[in-house]
Design a protein. Structure first.
Length: 323
């Protein structure tokens, strides 16, 4: 188990990332989801994750333009008290056309978005409510904190955080009494030491998105793999570094090859080794691998049994990746 920073909320050390199970949606005519999904399989994956001790579920209102939250509602029915739910706000979307249409971080929008997420999730409170706009202006922080504290006072959320890769924004947000976490990009191929420092300074959890480098660290994608065009990885927008033109980026495949043996030592699969690396980097980390099948729930949940890599393995990996 791990703790969500100063909130004291306890979660499983591995969480469940629910972006992919939202199914297709688009942004500017391009795919923003991970292709078609089978909701029955998604629900079965959530149930298998619960069986294996995963109690932390990360979603966003915009994933599948509400569909991810609705699938979680179905999967978690009757088990709300066993789990910790994190969702996100800040995007505006059209559920009819399943398109992301813009952003809005005004107080009015946040209040409306919170009630809409509660409705879709079928719950009376959100445990961790996260700002989804990573580069939202710093000068809006005080207003954001005031609105989020109001939601805490009303019992609608328990804690909040920011999904951003900027430590300066995290430090500013940490002024909020109930700010408990940052969600940021973090995996064995992409270290984030300054984020761990800011988490230590402000007693925040480090919730890790992309812990498997969007699937690359499972080892199933090689140089000849081509992701489908209805998958965000297949279209490879400019911000995506792990996949380029729908194929795994060669420099990341080379790094993966360099550390493969260490990650798979001790009976771990590659994915379990990658998650074990994150668990070892700090006691504040909570990796949230995206899970879309029962098999992936089993493999990623299995990382809980293996636990963190050891200090020597961490040092060897740093050396091999020359950092
Ligand atoms: N801005 C934000 O706030 C933001 C951005 C990104 C992610 N997130 C959150 O972080 C979560 C995780 O990040 P991510 O989904 O981008 O990347 P990830 O966790 O690194 O990769 C997830 C993908 O890898 C594949 N996979 C997972 N486990 C596997 C296994 N054991 N074996 C083989 N393949 C496996 C699955 O896709 P395939 O089977 O299709 O390969 C899965 O969708 C998201 O679900 C979301 O909750 C938030």
């Amino acid at each position: 188990m791990r703790v969500l920073g100063r909130s004291g909320i306890r979660v499983s050390a591995i969480g469940f990332g629910a972006w992919a199970i939202g199914g297709p949606f688009t942004k500017g005519g391009k795919p923003a989801g991970w292709g078609e999904v089978d909701d029955d399989e998604s629900v079965a994956a959530v149930h298998r994750a619960l069986d294996l001790g995963i109690t932390f579920f990360d979603t966003a209102d915009v994933y599948g333009t509400g569909h991810s939250e609705q699938v979680l509602r179905r999967a978690l029915a009757g088990r709300r008290d066993e789990v910790v739910i994190a969702t996100k706000f800040g995007n505006v979307f059209d559920t009819q056309t399943r398109t992301l249409t813009g952003t809005d971080i005004s107080s009015d929008h946040i209040r409306r978005a919170c009630r809409a997420s509660l409705e879709r999730l079928g719950t009376d409170h959100i445990d961790l409510y996260q700002l989804h706009i990573g580069d939202a202006p710093l000068e809006r922080v005080d207003d954001l904190i005031a609105t989020l504290e109001e939601l805490v006072d009303g019992g609608l959320i328990r804690a909040y955080g920011w999904s951003t890769d900027d430590p300066e924004r995290v430090a500013a947000f940490a002024k909020g009494p109930h700010c408990a976490a940052v969600q940021h990009e973090f995996n064995v191929l992409r270290d984030a030491p300054s984020m761990l420092t800011v988490c230590d300074t402000h007693d925040l959890a480090s919730v890790n998105r992309g812990p498997l480098a969007m699937g690359l660290l499972s080892g199933k994608y090689g140089k000849d793999s081509r992701l489908p065009m209805n998958d965000v990885r297949g279209d490879s927008p400019a911000w995506m570094t792990y996949f380029r033109d729908g194929r795994p980026a060669p420099e990341f495949l080379a790094k993966l090859d360099a550390v493969r043996d260490i990650l798979t030592s001790g009976g771990r699969t590659l994915a379990q080794g990658a998650l074990g690396w994150l668990l070892a980097r700090s006691e504040r980390t909570v990796p949230i691998p995206g899970i879309r099948t029962v098999g992936q729930a089993e493999e990623n949940g299995g990382a809980l049994q293996h636990g963190p890599l050891n200090a020597e393995q961490l040092a060897q990996i740093d050396e091999l990746l020359t950092r």
